[in-house]
Design a protein around this ligand. Structure first.
Ligand code: ARG
Length: 401
């Protein structure tokens, strides 16, 4: 009996050739397709896997788990990598890897495999996760090992083995998509001096498009989790899909980033994530209203670290788990509504309301109702500045009067 391998299968050229290639290495190949909302025709790709030589194909709808256990925690954390990336691709990898491990156990397979290249972050995320969860499993990365030097060679190979590949349309970019957004790289985008062409974007309209008037919407959160749009309750999956659609019409959530990969290279990737952009804006705004200054500032440091851990493939790590504990304890205050204005690629918070609001109009106002005792400020300032009094009195201030 041949040894079994569980391959994370996407339906693309690389993983389809990988099925055949692994068979050539004397494996029985079992494919695992994760539905993370990538909008694929699964019937077609299951058939493709079988024709390429898979002995069995698992397909699993993981959207619910992806949203509840990966997307929502990172939204609560405001995790964003290098100021621009909502970690769309990065968040999916540990989940897929976990299912590869589970499938391997069920099938008594000795190895798992993926279709990532040896230059990217995703190989790291898949493999580190697998080694954390199941160190006994062997991991195979065909793309790091096989002999093909170009896409053309792979296409030749696919033809030779009658692997049904759709090569009619020329592939301009490398795209990874799920319900939280789209990552797009390669092709002309490698020319970093050039603006990305419009055809690179899949779900957002060009924000220059001026015919659309501003749109207002209100998002209601309960303990950090979005629940309603304009007063109507949504299931999370529908809420995200609705915001992707509406945000996409306004060109919201496009970013163009030169990012630091784990393997030490800088690369350019563009992203589309309308729902994420809208929800992050609203969530942050609500936190500004309900978290006290120290908690809020400290949480910003945590956000940075959290994003790094996700990007680095350390989702299943003790630090990430501990940070979740901290973040969850901050979210008990994060209930309320944020009014947003969507216009020409921008999503701006313009109004806010919460039972936990720490904003007190009678303290902030410059009007008649002012309850703030300004006389107390004098003593406060003296004590606050006391440790530093006169510290730089002999320094040349370099001003000419
Ligand atoms: N740079 C992103 C990351 O490392 C996305 C990687 C996948 N991108 C792609 N176009 N296939 O998370």
């Amino acid at each position: 009996m041949a040894k079994k391998v569980i391959l994370a299968y996407s339906g693309g050229l690389d993983t389809s050739c990988a099925i055949r290639w692994l068979k050539g290495q004397h494996f029985e190949v079992i494919c695992f397709i994760a539905d993370l909302g990538q909008n694929e025709n699964f019937t077609t790709i299951v058939k493709r896997a079988e024709l390429a030589g898979a002995s069995k194909v698992y397909i699993k709808d993981l959207r619910g788990e992806f949203i509840n256990d990966f997307i929502i925690p990172s939204l609560k954390a405001n995790a964003i990598y290098e100021g621009k990336y909502f970690l769309t691709t990065a968040l999916g990898r540990p989940l897929i890897s976990k299912y590869l491990v589970e499938t391997a156990r069920k099938e008594k397979a000795e190895a798992i495999a993926h279709g990532c290249t040896g230059k990217g972050n995703d190989q790291v995320r898949f493999e580190v996760t697998a080694s954390i969860l199941a160190p006994e499993l062997r991991i195979i990365a065909p793309l790091r090992e096989w002999e093909f030097k170009s896409r053309e060679e792979e296409i030749e190979y696919a033809k030779k083995y009658k692997i049904p590949i759709d090569v009619s349309k020329k592939k301009l970019y490398s795209v990874d998509r799920n319900i939280w957004g789209i990552s797009i790289e390669a092709g002309i985008l490698e020319d970093i001096e050039k603006e990305p062409p419009e055809d690179a974007y899949l779900i957002t309209k060009n924000p220059d498009y001026s015919g659309r008037p501003p749109k207002y919407m209100e998002i209601y959160f309960e303990r950090g989790v979005p629940k309603k749009i304009n007063g109507k309750t949504y299931k999370l999956i529908d809420l995200i899909e609705t915001l992707n659609k509406t945000g996409g019409l306004y060109g919201i959530g496009r970013t163009d980033l030169i990012e630091n990969r784990l393997v030490g290279i800088k690369s350019r990737e563009i992203y589309e994530a309308p729902a994420a952009a809208i929800l992050y804006t609203a969530h942050r705004e609500l936190e500004n209203l309900v978290l006290d200054r120290e908690l809020s500032h400290f949480k910003e440091l945590i956000s940075l670290k959290y994003a790094e851990l996700v990007y680095y493939g350390l989702w299943y790590s003790p630090l990430k788990q501990a940070l979740d504990g901290f973040i969850d304890s901050t979210q008990k205050y994060v209930t309320g509504s944020i009014k947003l204005k969507l216009f020409k690629g921008n999503c701006i918070a313009v109004g806010r309301k919460s039972v936990n609001a720490l904003y007190k109009k009678e303290l902030a106002t410059y009007g008649k109702q002012d309850k703030f005792n300004q006389k107390l400020a004098e003593g406060f300032i003296k004590i606050w500045g006391m440790p530093y009094q006169g510290k730089f009195k002999n320094q040349n201030l370099k001003i000419k009067i």
